[in-house]
Design a protein around this ligand. Structure first.
Ligand SMILES: Nc1ncnc2c1ncn2[C@@H]1O[C@H](COP(=O)(O)OP(=O)(O)OP(=O)(O)O)[C@@H](O)[C@H]1O
Length: 258
């Protein structure tokens, strides 16, 4: 079996401090995986390692069976892995349509500087229209990115992330900062947009985790201490002790008070 994404004993140190301490994970094609864990466990670092921003100190990372550790983010993206960021990546003064079309053209091998001259490029325009429908922003196609609501901006970012046709998608806290109703709609949007693709999210909100993930990876002090279905992870004593028990209790108290 070739996994969509595989981490084999991945390690990462900053100076003398080892942050990722032998993380191992096997993600099947089409699986939706949420990475959870306490603050500082190394979740963002793991994303940075997978997407090529950091080079591991040890171990191997494989995308569709091919080693990608040590390769540049650009090369990894070209091999079919795309990542969205917590920090906005949008061109605020371009329209929704133009933002997505830039990403589509980039994926087709054109540089941003030339995109205006390629306005007539039919396949890029068609692909852009398709994405706008998927992210439900087709009616806002001419609105500047800066004038969208926050949730719409996050949807646009997801559109940009998937524009290149990557089949492994990494989303960093996709619903952070959204209201409950926005979050619910957004989970459905993520489900639709990533249908058939492999999805990894870093997530703090347990509602999102249990609504979205087929499997949960629990990262504690740089190690994956559990990787299983939501039900099994929830029932896992070790996970409850290390993390989930206290987080679920906190979120239940917060929900009761809201
Ligand atoms: N570039 C870096 N240089 C040095 N230390 C770093 C660097 N990046 C992250 N760290 C440290 O690695 C540890 C893990 O950080 P990371 O952001 O990966 O955790 P996290 O699980 O994503 O946390 P959170 O849930 O709070 O976002 C932290 O102690 C952080 O200070």
């Amino acid at each position: 079996m070739t996994y969509a994404l595989e981490l084999r004993n991945v390690r990462k140190s900053f100076g003398r401090t080892e942050i990722i301490r032998g993380a191992t994970l096997q993600v099947q094609p089409g699986e939706r995986v949420a990475i959870i864990g306490p603050n500082g466990a190394g979740k963002s670092t793991l994303f940075n390692l997978i997407s090529g921003r950091f080079e591991p100190t040890g171990g191997e990372i494989l995308l569709h069976g091919q080693r990608i550790d040590g390769r540049s983010p650009y090369e990894i993206n070209r091999r079919g892995l795309a990542r969205s960021f917590q920090v906005s990546n949008l061109f605020n003064r371009l329209s929704v349509f133009e933002n997505v079309r830039c990403a589509v053209l980039w994926s087709l091998g054109y540089r941003y500087a030339f995109w205006k001259f390629l306005a007539g490029l039919q396949d890029a325009n068609d692909r852009t229209e398709q994405i706008l429908e998927m992210i439900k922003l087709d009616r806002k196609r001419d609105v500047l990115a800066m004038n969208l609501t926050y949730a719409e901006q996050r949807a646009l970012e997801i559109g940009i992330t998937i524009a290149g046709g990557a089949n492994v998608i990494l989303l960093d806290e996709p619903t952070a900062g959204m209201s409950k109703s926005e979050t619910k709609r957004f989970i459905q949007l993520i489900r639709d947009v990533t249908e058939g693709k492999t999805l990894l999210t870093v997530e703090h909100d347990m509602g999102v985790v249990f609504g979205l993930a087929d499997k949960i990876a629990v990262l504690v002090y740089g190690e994956v201490i559990a990787f299983d279905t939501p039900e099994r992870v929830r029932a896992d004593k070790r996970v409850q002790e290390a993390y989930l028990g206290s987080v679920l209790a906190e979120q239940q108290v917060a929900a009761a008070g809201a």
